[in-house]
Design a protein around this ligand. Structure first.
Ligand code: ADP
Ligand code: MG
Ligand code: ZN
Length: 630
């Protein structure tokens, strides 16, 4: 798995001006301190003007330098002195007034210096300037902060898109990182081709698809594939999740959309990827749920932006969802997300390929056979498989192994499926017995019904929420399911319930989940798949089922009569299944006893052990193709 380090384009580095300003400030402070400290060190005698006059008459002075009001005196004996003169009058006039004769004055050279030295200015101005500078600096800091806050408020409407740089080789995802999904890849090649050489397409007058919608169950690799397209094409990838558009305030989402598209156009050719678009793209105008206005505005803005593309803008919008059934039809019309790529759950070969990708960086024991793991994981998504590999590695590491073994992988399958084993969850003797009969009931019904899947493992060790579990695996990957399979499946789900009632004459809360699963299945058979004879081929509910929000408001518009009929049909199916299960378990009571006894003894029965038990009573276990051949 790859980590993606995303960069936020909206963050700016701190301005260099700040550093220069503070450097200058510090420098000034140092200068002031220095001059303040160093002055008293110079041992210069302070003369009054009469002292100066006296020294001149005594001819002790070598030279006088006048600098503004300051009078620097060099005495003939090498010492220096300082005096202050009156600001307005000239020094010579003053001295004459102190009784120095003009002749004496002539013998003493007086130099008048222009007061313009840098140090002079600095020292004279600084005491006044410093507070001003400080105040200005303070105000500047304040405004900067206000501006920062303002920037944040401004950011609010800015898109929070994360950009993946095409030159970032380390984080680059390509089609090689995506296993299986062949059709999807072929479809997306076209997009890659366009992003790489748009001219070819434009020259021939072809309109470039603006939007690609990836749909598929969670974890089937939609996000991964979108990244891979960007990686293959080598273009910037703007990644944003649908929910990130929606904020408390109306209009923010729309402004974020605008911003996102502006950024993308600047960087074109580029890909804009809106993950989980159903968060904003649900059917509009249902008026259910809060924040609807905001969502609608956001969606409208997306539509406007997509319409606003010029054909040569070279920005392709990709979106992903696992609920394409709830999307607004306006999103799906030509010129918007007209390309649809469906990602299925991986089949056996694809699962093997996905496992192979995810074990690349993990050292594997020689006994590892990912083919077997792939066989045992029907219904696993890419994300499940990647998690399986990771769990196996964690298990191996925790037991201080240097390499991942097949056993680690097998154990991880169940962990990913049902959560960790809870060995500490100790059952009382009675509970253990009930659980054993319950699971035995499931397993035995499954083994005896023609269309049920073969039993793979039975256990009374609790895992996740389940007290015990019976794993069954289909003989092959199935895309289609038949009515007969469903009926047997429901009967198998009721096996536990029947067994409890039969053996103990009482029912625990254990089968509650079984009942839910079975009832939902029966209901779906009646209302969605037209599998009931008295209601016939009508779909009363859509695939999404009844939903409180978004669409689905109209789903329930069948009459009281039909509603009653549905309930009747569902309970008919359930009761039939109950009878089937009871017949099986009553007839095969001694097999059930044997399975339960064995379970109480060893707690977990693997497929072979379980098959041994039922074979000894003359029941032929169902076997998978692969196992049969070998
Ligand atoms: P989705 O967006 O469809 O819910 P993701 O793309 O986020 O699923 O997939 C989650 C993870 O599962 C990926 O990061 C990847 O590790 C793994 N994965 C899913 N599908 C595949 C695949 N076809 N090949 C390799 N890895 C996959
Ligand atoms: Mg995703
Ligand atoms: Zn059960």
């Amino acid at each position: 798995m790859k980590e993606h380090k995303d960069k936020k384009p909206t963050q700016k580095p701190s301005r260099p001006g700040t550093q220069i300003m503070s450097a200058i400030l510090i420098f000034m402070v140092i200068v002031v301190l220095y001059s303040a400290i160093s002055k008293p060190d110079e041992k210069i005698a302070q003369f009054t003007l009469s002292d100066v006059a006296k020294n001149i008459t005594e001819n002790k002075i070598d030279k006088i330098v006048v600098e503004g009001e300051k009078v620097n005196i060099d005495l003939k004996d090498g010492t220096k002195a300082e005096a202050k003169k009156e600001p307005e009058s000239a020094l010579s006039d003053t001295l004459v007034r102190y009784g120095v004769t003009p002749a004496q004055l002539n013998t003493t050279p007086i130099e008048i210096k222009n007061e313009s030295g840098f140090g002079y200015w600095l020292l004279n101005i600084l005491p006044f300037a410093l507070p001003v500078i400080l105040v200005v600096f303070f105000i500047w800091m304040l405004t900067r902060q206000v501006k920062g806050a303002g920037m944040q408020a401004f950011n609010f409407g800015q898109s929070k898109a994360r950009i993946t740089d095409p030159n970032d080789i380390n984080n680059r995802v390509t089609f090689k990182d995506v296993a299986g999904a062949k059709e999807a890849k072929i479809e997306l090649e076209e997009i890659v081709d366009f992003l790489k050489n748009p001219k070819k397409f434009l020259d021939i007058g072809a309109k470039i698809p603006k939007g690609v919608l990836l749909t598929g169950a969670p974890g089937t690799g939609k996000t991964l594939l979108a990244r891979a397209v960007a990686g293959e094409a080598g273009v910037p990838f703007f990644h944003l999740s649908g929910s990130e558009f929606v904020e408390m305030f109306v209009g923010v989402g729309a402004s974020r959309v605008r911003d996102l598209f502006k950024m993308a156009k600047k960087a074109s050719p580029a890909i804009v990827f809106i993950d989980e678009i159903d968060a904003v793209g649900r059917v509009r105008g249902t008026g259910v749920g809060g924040g609807n206005d905001e969502r609608e505005q956001t969606l409208n803005q997306i539509l406007v932006e997509m319409d606003g593309f010029e054909p040569n803008e070279k920005v392709i919008v990709m979106a992903a969802t696992n609920r394409s059934d709830v999307l607004d039809p306006a999103l799906l019309r030509p010129g918007r997300f007209d390309r649809r790529v469906v990602l299925d759950l991986p089949d056996r070969a694809d699962r093997e390929a996905i496992l192979a990708i995810h074990c690349i960086k993990k050292p594997l024991e020689k006994d590892v056979n990912i083919k077997v793991i792939a066989e045992r994981t029907p219904g696993f998504s890419g994300a499940d498989l990647s998690s399986l590999m990771n769990e196996a590695a964690i298990l191996a590491a925790r037991e201080n192994h240097k390499m991942v073994s097949q056993f680690d992988l097998v154990r991880s399958i169940e962990k990913v499926m049902m959560g960790p084993e809870r060995k500490s969850h100790i059952l009382s003797k009675k509970e253990k017995e009930i659980t054993a009969y319950h699971e035995g009931g499931h397993a035995l019904v499954a083994s005896c019904l023609e269309y049920a899947d073969p039993v793979h493992k039975v256990s009374i060790v609790s895992r996740g929420n389940a007290g015990g579990y019976t794993l069954k695996l289909p003989l092959e990957d199935k895309r289609l399911h038949s009515k007969k399979e469903f009926l047997d499946d429901i009967a198998m789900s009721l096996g536990g319930y029947v067994a409890e009632e039969m053996i103990f004459g009482d029912i625990t809360t254990g089968p509650s989940n079984d009942l839910q699963v079975a009832t939902n299945l029966a209901r779906a058979m009646v209302t969605r798949w037209g599998m009931s004879t008295s209601i016939g081929p009508i779909a009363l509910e859509s695939d999404g089922g009844k939903t409180m929000f978004g669409r689905g408001v109209n789903d329930n518009e069948y009459s009281e009569r039909v509603s009653g009929l549905i309930d009747e049909e569902v309970s008919k199916i359930m009761n039939n299944a109950f009878e089937v299960a009871r017949t099986v378990l009553t007839e095969k009571r001694e097999v059930l006893d044997a399975i339960a006894k064995k379970l109480i003894e060893v707690e977990t029965l693997e497929q072979d052990e379980y098959n041994e038990v039922i074979k000894s009573f003359g029941i032929t276990p169902k076997l998978r193709e692969e196992t049969k051949n070998s």
